[in-house]
Design a protein around this ligand. Sequence first.
Ligand code: HEC
Ligand code: HEC
Ligand code: HEC
Ligand code: HEC
Ligand code: HEC
Ligand code: HEC
Length: 221
Amino acid sequence: MTTHTLTHDRRIALLAGIVLTMVLVAVLSLAVGCSPKASTEAPAKSEQNSASSMDGQPVNWTIQSDCATCHTSEAASPQDAACVQAVAHEAEGVTCAQCHTDESTLSTSHTSVKFGDKPATKPTVVTVDEQTCVSCHGSMQDMAAKTVDSKALTDDNGVTVNPHERPAGQAHEDNPATCTDCHNNHSKAVEKDAMKYCAQCHHRGTFQCGTCHELRERSTK
Ligand code: HEC
Ligand code: HEC
Ligand code: HEC
Ligand code: HEC
Ligand code: HEC
Ligand code: HEC
């Protein structure tokens, strides 16, 4: 009787151990989930372990494919509270293909993809149509009205600019911004992403131009 109870207790202890390990693994894989900018980091354990008999086989990609099988990091972003955009859109039930609407570009990106290939963690092509964002959120002007008090874009001199409304000027008019210039659904840092966009032209920590040297072009790509 006593031996029986002991074995039983051990089994419970062992089970508890297994469950704890599973929870830990789940928590750890979530922690690395939302990190589109952390391309230099080692791949997540869950990705390394995903080797299967399908590896190396060609993928017959269609817009109906289950994106989450391969794009584990983007699929995990709605579970990371720091990814506020992904969290908000998951709550609205917005699917991958609802935003990534450029099927022909996506199809080209996936032509030579094989099962087990590691997808890029930074976008190299834009496959999200601005109209998709606008259809739910309204135009850039509508957005500007919402962010009049935003301090997200502040330079080293304390000059603040509304992210959705830059001051008038030839360079800005010649280079209109689109939603995806700053917004990556899977990013934790829209402010940083937006500042990077401005820094294509503005540098030395200031939004000014023509004060240190004559106006000259910086390559925007
Ligand atoms: C079988 C694995 C697999 C599936 C399923 C898959 N992808 Fe991909 N995807 C990849 C790989 C690998 C790449 C990288 C291709 C390259 O860089 O040449 C990629 C590239 C991309 C890119 C371009 C990233 C860039 O470089 O800008 C997007 C966007 C994307 N996939 C979205 C999707 C969407 C949306 C779905 C579902 C409809 C999907 N993928 C399904 C493996 C997959
Ligand atoms: C609310 C719109 C939205 C939803 C929903 C969404 N994405 Fe994205 N995604 C974006 C935007 C915006 C970018 C950055 C610009 C671009 O690549 O076009 C992006 C970037 C990506 C990239 C490029 C690599 C990276 O991480 O930056 C991949 C791959 C991707 N998304 C896959 C997915 C998958 C898989 C899903 C579903 C699990 C999904 N996306 C859901 C908007 C969305
Ligand atoms: C199907 C409708 C829909 C689509 C498509 C959509 N959104 Fe949203 N988005 C929402 C809703 C609803 C919310 C939550 C309420 C709000 O903040 O406006 C939201 C929230 C957001 C937020 C605020 C997140 C926060 O809480 O700080 C940002 C930023 C955003 N969306 C940007 C975008 C961009 C950029 C695109 C296109 C890549 C896009 N959305 C596509 C419906 C949508
Ligand atoms: C394509 C290059 C380019 C990009 C991208 C750009 N700017 Fe500019 N910006 C300029 C140039 C050039 C000027 C000088 C006026 C002109 O000729 O348009 C300027 C002028 C300004 C000014 C007025 C400066 C002054 O001296 O009064 C502010 C403020 C500013 N930009 C902020 C921003 C912010 C914030 C962003 C990002 C959201 C941004 N700009 C993105 C090129 C750019
Ligand atoms: C120059 C970069 C930039 C561009 C372009 C841009 N955004 Fe934003 N957006 C931001 C930043 C930065 C914030 C965060 C502002 C803050 O929280 O202070 C933001 C905030 C938002 C929000 C949340 C607003 C709220 O209620 O707080 C939504 C929704 C949004 N953007 C949608 C869009 C849409 C749709 C487009 C395209 C029509 C767009 N954005 C274009 C940088 C940009
Ligand atoms: C705070 C001072 C300052 C302001 C304001 C400034 N620059 Fe510069 N810029 C420099 C310095 C310093 C250098 C390096 C020495 C040189 O080439 O004159 C430089 C170099 C450059 C170069 C050549 C090398 C490179 O980094 O690409 C370009 C192009 C340039 N600036 C464009 C711009 C543009 C466009 C603006 C406005 C959007 C601007 N600068 C505003 C200080 C400034």
